[in-house]
Design a protein around this ligand. Sequence first.
Ligand code: ATP
Length: 241
Amino acid sequence: MVFYENMLALNNICIRCAEREIVGVFGANSAGKSTLMYTLSGIMEDIRRKEAMAGGERITVMGRIRFLGMDISGMKPSRRARIGIILCPERRRIFKESSVLENLRIGAYLASPAKAKETLDYVFGMFPALVHLKKRIGGFLSGGEQQMLAIGRALMAQPKLLLLDEPLLGLSPLMQSVLVKATREIRDEKGVSIIVTEQYARPVLPIVDYAFILENGAAVMEGSGEDVINNPDVRSAYFGI
Ligand code: ATP
């Protein structure tokens, strides 16, 4: 559970993601998707501490998070990154003043030089559009290019669990399909487990093994991609059919 002051933002939620699985978490604006991603990546711990030190908002996080058999609740986000939990945040948050190559190199701070080189080649192979943009400053990239860069940067950190927070937000259907295909490839080729949030389930649902529907911070439904798409309430609320 996560409270912002007395506001319950995540309520009694139980999400699991097996190794090499893609799990989708779908919900409308303010359903709690980013709160969930911040909580899993540990950034919520940093936000909570900073707010407490500054005498600001009182944030309460309750419950347990387990990763590869370890209890990581309360673990700092930097340590979670070191054990393989990497967040690709909502609205990309690339380093806007740095070039594409610099953004990717910054992402590799946890990797050996050999791994960094190998992953850099992998990222450029997966997103050839970035090859010619190596020297381009991040802030001058289109939304889709920024998202490719953000995913590339997250891969450079050698994730075991990749958290993708609304990667398709505001992008064209064509770019969305490039990113959905890349997400599946990352799981298939790199063996990375992935939790992906989106407002609209339709573009992502074909690649998810399991899905949760989030409403007001609670998972109101869960099941295989097929279960979710066949549920009449979900169909009308999230697919407009
Ligand atoms: P969106 O799609 O708009 O990003 P979301 O599903 O990611 O939405 P969250 O950002 O997790 O939702 O927000 C969940 C709820 O918590 C919302 O009602 C939001 O207003 C509230 N909230 C988020 N961050 C804070 C904060 N720092 N202080 C107070 N309330 C917050």
